[in-house]
Design a protein around this ligand. Structure first.
Ligand code: TXA
Ligand code: MG
Length: 333
């Protein structure tokens, strides 16, 4: 398949968006930018088109997709029985990086939901994504735009590297703002379960909730989030997250004859001169937005800087730090 790459700027790329919308309507695949990561989209109401997403990514069929909507009317095509707390969360956090798992409308096929009777929905806070959905006139099912198991794509080149000749169009708008995928939640009778941490943090949800907000980690909780059982975000080399003295650990491995790569921060980069060029700085430790923005670039940097072991600094598990550590820990499994 020929993949067309269209550079796209907010507000000045109507033609590219028109073309992409036609592809979606015709049942094709379009990679598009969102505020979190790039998505690999198809018409959510067209099961053949959605099936093509799974083929393009090599994604297991029981790992369901997120459906992207541009407004609340579109939400009513996708999900039903939305309760008051869910409505409050939608009012507060949409558009934005919060995905809710809701009872599915029958118009959404089992292919989208991986056979579950629920559907994950979000409204991206990104004009290009919203315009694409509006112009297509349908909700867009889209997982992250990467080959299954690989780090998500946070710019056009990453998506291109993984999905060239597997999709019809890649809309390239440069770097994604947030850099890690949306928070996925499920509201239950007693609480809000965070199935995947993201930029809408536990603390932010607690302000609206009025019920406990808890991270799903028991097997039972996670049964309802099939994506969590698969290998994720893996770089080509072994990744080790170091809680203590990372320089010490790097020296030990080097003395054993191992080729060591380092994922560090602006504050510590100068400690690793002798490991150059296999050193990647995520940004400042004091700015978790910078860190989340570059975490997938760091993992993909080692696609071309081949080492035996990658050592990575660890981050406090608070706020956005929970999402950052979740992705790093999964990448290290
Ligand atoms: O930020 C994001 O969420 C990005 C952009 C493109 O919007 N999308 C994304 O999609 O990260 P994906 O497919 O890589 O991750 C979707 C996650 C998976 O962990 C999946 O298991 C979970 O959402 N999920 C989807 N539908 C679900 C459902 N009905 N019940 C529970 N979990 C669900
Ligand atoms: Mg993904």
């Amino acid at each position: 398949m020929h993949t067309e790459i269209l550079k796209i700027e907010e507000g000045s790329s109507a033609q590219a968006l028109d073309k992409a919308a036609l592809v979606i309507k015709a049942g094709g695949l379009v990679v598009f930018p969102t505020e979190t990561v790039y998505g690999l989209g198809a018409n959510a109401l067209d099961s053949m088109a959605v099936a093509c997403i799974f083929v393009a990514k090599g994604r297991p069929s029981d790992n369901p997709l997120i459906v992207h909507v541009a407004d609340k009317e579109m939400l009513s095509l996708v999900a039903e029985k939305i309760n008051q707390l869910e409505k409050n969360l939608i009012d507060k956090f949409w558009p934005g990086p919060l995905t809710l798992v809701l009872p599915k409308k029958k118009e959404i096929s089992n292919i989208v939901s991986g056979g579950l009777n629920t559907v994950a929905v979000r409204m991206p806070d990104f004009k290009i994504a919203q315009d694409l959905i509006h112009k297509s006139g349908v909700p867009i099912a889209a997982p992250s735009a990467n080959i299954s198991g690989r780090p998500s794509s946070t710019n056009g080149e990453m998506a291109y590297g993984d999905l060239i000749s597997k999709v019809d169009i890649i809309l390239d708008n440069g770097d994604s703002k947030i850099g890690v995928e949306s928070t996925v939640i499920k509201v239950t009778d007693k609480n809000i379960l965070i199935l995947r941490p993201g930029a809408v943090t536990k603390e932010m949800l607690e302000e609206v909730a009025g019920v406990p907000v808890i991270f799903a980690n028991s097997a039972g909780d996670l049964e309802s989030s099939p994506g969590t059982k698969y290998k994720h975000y893996a770089p080509n080399s072994k990744l080790e997250i170091v809680d203590g003295d990372i320089k010490d650990r790097a020296e030990v491995l080097k003395s054993e004859g191992q080729k060591v790569g380092i994922i560090t921060t602006k504050e510590n980069k100068n400690l690793f001169e002798k490991f150059e060029p296999n050193v990647f700085s995520l940004g400042s430790r004091n700015n978790l937005n910078e860190i989340s923005h570059s975490v997938y670039s760091a993992l993909r940097f080692f696609d071309t800087h081949i080492v035996d072991v990658i050592l990575c600094e660890s981050f406090p598990q608070e706020g956005l730090g929970v999402a950052i550590m979740d992705r790093l820990m999964r990448a290290s499994l």
